[in-house]
Design a protein around this ligand. Structure first.
Ligand code: SF4
Ligand code: SF4
Length: 172
């Protein structure tokens, strides 16, 4: 896992490859865990040392990951965990992964530090585009700050088919 500061990224669009939903365990906050348990049953979650996670299937993928027409679809549209909404980005208050000046993102009178997990196939590298800087990243920041829940730029374009805004594979 390698984190890249946002100023090294020209743009990001989820390609619905599904890697993120297959490779990582999804941590749940308490309200998210409660909602999942009430809706789908406790067997869809697992308890860690001091956290709850979505249960992974035998192949390691998230229980709610659906394969659909060559792409991957999230089956948790209306209760997608915030960890999934934010991936592959980390929106932090400290420059945890270095490159502070290139990770710094000033927004809503706050100084944030934004990185992306280089494993994501939706990243494009280079000088940030206007859309990435002033639209996509702001939406990620608003979700991280708890000021927004609905996803538009932070989800795959494949969701424009309006399949309930389902997030194809991972994070759209
Ligand atoms: S966010 Fe989208 S493009 Fe990136 S790894 Fe996940 S599914 Fe693939
Ligand atoms: S986006 Fe959906 S399918 Fe993917 S890990 Fe999160 S809950 Fe599971």
């Amino acid at each position: 896992m390698q984190f890249v500061p946002w100023q090294n990224i020209s743009d990001w669009n989820c390609t619905a490859c599904g890697y993120c939903c297959k490779l990582y365990s999804v941590v749940l906050n308490f309200p998210e865990w409660l909602r999942l348990v009430k809706t789908f049953g406790a067997e869809t979650t697992v308890a860690g040392l001091n956290r709850f996670y979505i249960k992974r299937a035998d192949d390691g993928a998230c229980t709610f990951l659906c394969h659909f027409g060559g792409s991957y679809l999230c089956g948790l549209q209306h209760m997608k965990p915030v960890a999934c909404k934010l991936w592959p980005f980390k929106i932090l208050s400290e420059p945890k992964y270095g490159h502070a000046s290139r990770a710094q993102f000033n927004y809503r009178s706050r100084t944030l530090f934004v990185y992306a997990d280089s494993m994501c196939s939706g990243l494009r590298y280079g000088a940030p585009t206007w859309e990435f800087t002033f639209s996509t990243l702001r939406e990620f920041a608003d979700i991280a700050l708890g000021m927004r829940q609905a996803q538009c730029k932070t989800t795959s374009n494949l969701s424009s088919g309006r399949l309930c805004g389902l997030r194809w594979s991972g994070f759209w």
